[in-house]
Design a protein around this ligand. Structure first.
Ligand code: PEP
Ligand code: MN
Length: 334
C-alpha cells in the first residue's frame, strides 16, 4: 500500500496514520522525493482501506499488490514524464532519440556528433567517459576532462548529455556536467550505486542487467525512487542467451510488458541489443512500434574506427535515415 501524504502534514496527523498502520501490523517507510511525500507500507493483514484513507494528512492511498511499489502502474496510472529542461521531455507521449559514440573520443568526435544531432533534430547525446570493459587492457574512457569539454560544446548547441556512472565516488565530479546518469547493465543491481542515484535530483536511466529479469529491473528502479528520486528511466538493451550469431538477444517483449507494469519511461537500446551495425535500424523501428518512449543508439563519423563497440556503431547517414523513419512510423501509429 502507498499513502501519499499532504504536503504540510503535521506531527499529530502523521502519528495518527502510524497508529492505524500499527493496528493492522503494517510496517511503513517514509519516502520524500522532489515531487511528494509518501509512506510505503508493507503488510499482509486484510483491512478496510477507507479507515486510513479518511484520516487527516492523507492525500491519496492505493493498495499495490506488486512487490515494487512506487514504480508500479498500480500506484500511478498516469505515465511519468521526465523534464530535462529547455523543452526536452521523455515519457507520457514525449519521445526522444539519443545518439552518439559508445565512448567519447575527443574534441573532433564530439563536434562532429553534435553537428549531426543538430542536423537530425536530436536533443540528447550519449557517450561514455568511464567505460566498463571486459578486458582491463581495453580503452577505458576519456575521463572527467573529456566530460567537461563535451559539456561545454553541448551547452553551446543546446544538446543534453547522457553518460554512464560506474561508481558512487565519481558522482560529485560528474554531477554538474551530466543531464541523465546511465547505470550500465553490469551495475544494474549495484545497490550502493542505486542508493546514491536516489539521493540526487537528476534523471537516471537504468539498463537491464545482462541476465536480469524485468522484475529485477523494476526493483532497481524502486531503489532509486524510494531513495527520493522520481526521475527514473528504464532501458532494454538485450540479454545474454546461448545464441552466438548476434551480441545480445534484444527482448522486444520487454517494452510492452514494462509499460504495462510501470509508469516510468522505457528506452530501447538496439545497438547493444543486437550488436550488429547493419541490423540496428530494424531493431530501432521494432522498438518504436512496440511503444518505446525513446531510442538510444551508438553512432560515429567513421563507425569502423570507433574506439569501442565499433561493430554495432552506425554511420551518420544511417542515423539520419533512421531518425526520419522512426518519426514516420510513430506518425503512422499516431
Ligand atoms: C554502453 O552504453 O556503452 C554500455 C556499456 O552499455 P551496457 O551497460 O548496456 O552494456
Ligand atoms: Mn557501447
Amino acid at each position: 500500500m502507498i499513502i501519499q501524504l499532504e504536503k504540510e502534514i503535521g506531527a499529530d496527523e502523521l502519528t495518527g496514520i502510524e497508529l492505524k498502520l500499527n493496528e493492522i501490523n503494517f510496517k511503513s517507510r517514509r519516502v520524500t522525493t522532489q515531487d511528494a511525500d509518501y509512506l510505503v507500507c508493507i503488510g499482509k493483514e486484510d483491512f478496510d482501506i477507507r479507515n486510513i484513507g479518511n484520516l487527516k494528512g492523507v492525500k491519496d492511498i492505493h493498495r499495490v499488490s506488486d512487490d515494487y511499489k512506487l514504480v508500479s502502474k498500480k500506484w500511478r496510472v498516469q505515465e511519468s514524464q521526465i523534464d530535462l529542461g529547455d523543452g526536452v521531455s521523455i515519457g507520457n507521449g514525449a519521445f526522444q532519440m539519443m545518439g552518439g559514440p559508445c565512448s567519447i573520443e575527443g574534441e573532433e568526435n564530439i563536434r562532429q556528433t553534435v553537428e549531426q544531432l543538430a542536423k537530425s533534430g536530436v536533443k540528447i547525446m550519449r557517450g561514455g567517459v568511464y567505460k566498463p570493459r571486459s578486458s582491463p587492457y581495453s580503452y577505458r574512457g576519456i575521463g572527467i576532462e573529456g566530460l567537461k569539454l563535451w559539456h561545454a560544446i553541448c551547452q553551446e548547441k543546446g544538446i543534453k548529455i547522457i553518460s554512464e556512472i560506474m561508481e558512487e565516488k565519481k558522482l560529485e565530479e560528474m554531477y554538474p556536467y551530466v543531464d541523465i546518469f546511465q547505470i550500465g547493465a553490469r551495475n544494474s543491481q549495484n545497490f550502493n550505486l542505486l542508493d546514491a542515484m536516489g539521493s540526487i535530483d537528476k534523471p537516471v536511466m537504468i539498463k537491464r542487467g545482462m541476465s536480469g529479469t524485468l522484475d529485477e529491473l523494476l526493483y532497481s528502479a524502486e531503489y532509486v525512487f524510494s531513495g527520493g528520486n522520481e526521475k527514473v528511466l528504464l532501458c532494454e538493451r538485450g540479454i545474454r542467451n546461448y545464441e552466438k550469431t548476434y551480441r545480445n538477444c534484444f527482448d522486444i517483449n520487454a517494452i510492452p510488458i514494462l509499460k504495462e507494469k510501470t509508469h516510468l519511461p522505457v528506452i530501447a537500446d538496439p545497438s547493444h541489443g543486437i550488436g550488429l551495425r547493419r541490423h540496428v535500424p530494424q531493431i530501432a523501428y521494432a522498438s518504436a512500434v512496440a511503444g518505446a518512449d525513446g531510442i538510444i543508439v551508438e553512432m560515429h563519423a567513421c563507425p569502423q574506427k570507433a574506439l569501442t563497440d565499433a561493430k554495432q556503431t552506425i554511420s551518420f547517414e544511417a542515423f539520419e535515415e533512421m531518425v526520419k523513419k522512426v518519426e514516420l512510423l510513430r506518425g503512422v501509429l499516431g
